[in-house]
Design a protein around this ligand. Structure first.
Ligand code: AMP
Length: 290
């Protein structure tokens, strides 16, 4: 695996690989890698000749009171994960090279009057977050020159926004959204899970449990409003704070009042100081919608 620090050199190398008619799969990450990230790299490698990964803790997507400075940075362990998963290139830029002096461009998805991918759910608790994500991802995709880029369904609002921006800006890349990888007990893998102490880690199961109970009940044909209220209560009993628990349209992310054939239940909540997110998709047959 070749490790590159300079954005210009990374882009030139990827350009050269493309010129040799190699297909490129790209996986952007913030490091502290786990099996969820590894699954994206394996998929990138399976569908392309070469897999490139970036590790960059992007300052633009953290709010002033968030965990930017304590976000785990574990490069040596990350490199071992990536070698095992089959990555060919690793791009690890320094912030000052990625955003050199004078950098002042921002990418914002969402427009007044147009239904907002960046209005509800995580956007409410994290103002500016998705603008930071859209900006870094646009730049990373341009640097990577990849044919395909791989994202996790765990961050489904982020994935929806990236699909939108690629479409809106006509970026020449295919976006692949891959399934959430979970621990054996159901907790979605996340770099932030390592912040949890053992008491918080056991309470954190309230999150996947509330979502799977919600999925089961709706798939059995229970009414949406009542089911959602009861799932909220059980999540509130386990978490220290619930930012949201919603059932939304997976395309527009608008909250739903009545069941649809395809829905997403998504939640964000805190255990101690750690904010976790998760979601499940729900599919119900015509006859069971109430
Ligand atoms: P992050 O390093 O948290 O920015 O995540 C990098 C990529 O890995 C994003 O596309 C995430 O959605 C994806 N990812 C994170 N956790 C998981 C998981 N448990 N399963 C699948 N993909 C994940």
């Amino acid at each position: 695996m070749k490790v590159l620090r300079s954005p210009k050199i990374f882009q030139a190398l990827m350009d050269r690989e493309r010129g040799r008619a190699r297909t490129l799969g790209f996986v952007p990450t913030m490091g502290a890698l786990h099996e969820g990230h590894a699954s994206l790299v394996r998929r990138a490698k399976k569908e392309n000749d070469l897999a490139a990964v970036s590790i960059f803790v992007n300052p633009l997507q953290f709010g002033p009171k968030e965990d930017f400075s304590r976000y785990p940075r574990t490069l040596a362990a990350d490199m071992a994960v990536l070698r095992k998963a089959g990555a060919d290139y690793l791009f690890v830029p320094k912030a000052e090279d990625f955003y050199p002096q004078g950098f002042q461009t921002s990418v914002r998805v969402g427009r007044e009057g147009v239904s907002g991918l960046t209005r509800g759910l995580c956007a409410s608790a994290r103002p500016g977050h998705f603008e930071g994500v859209a900006t870094v991802v646009t730049k990373l995709l341009n640097l990577s020159k990849a044919h395909r880029a791989y994202f996790g369904a765990k961050d489904f609002q982020q994935a929806a926004l990236i699909e939108r921006l690629v479409e809106d800006l006509s970026l020449d890349i295919q976006i692949r959204v891959c399934p959430t990888v979970r621990e054996a007990d159901g907790l979605a893998m996340s770099s932030r899970n390592r912040y949890l102490n053992s008491e918080e880690r056991s309470r954190a199961l309230a999150l996947p449990r509330a979502l799977s109970a919600l999925k089961r009940a709706l798939e059995e044909g229970r009414p949406l409003g009542k089911t959602l209220r009861s799932a909220r209560r059980s999540l509130e009993a386990g978490a220290d704070r619930v930012d949201y628990l919603e059932i939304v349209d997976p395309g527009t992310l608008e909250p739903l009042k009545r069941p649809r054939a395809l829905m997403t239940a998504a939640a964000a909540c805190r255990f101690g100081k750690t904010r976790l997110i998760d979601n499940v998709s729900i599919r119900i047959s015509q006859t069971r919608r109430k």
